[in-house]
Design a binder for this molecule. Structure first.
Ligand SMILES: [Zn+2]
Length: 80
């Protein structure tokens, strides 16, 4: 009977350990989720010089001081 009791204690200990870990992970996730809205960077929006479409600056095609939504519109506006 001693061995069974030991196994039961080990199972309970493991359950408590895994539940605590899961609980801590949930708390950590909630904390990081709360932090995100404040730390989320705002994308700089630019408008396409050809069609006026608004696109994030990192996705825009830049030509000089102008931005375009695609390489096609850059070529249409500046045929070279
Ligand atoms: Zn465009």
């Amino acid at each position: 009977m001693g061995l069974i009791r030991l196994v039961i204690i080990l199972v309970i200990a493991w359950l408590v350990y895994s539940l605590t870990r899961r609980w801590l992970a949930t708390l950590e996730r909630q904390r990081t989720q709360k932090k995100q809205p404040g730390s989320s960077r705002i994308e700089t929006m630019v408008s396409c010089a050809h069609c006026g479409l608004h696109i994030p600056q990192n996705e825009a095609v830049q030509a000089g001081d102008k931005y375009y939504c695609s390489d096609k519109h850059r070529k249409l506006s500046e045929p070279s």
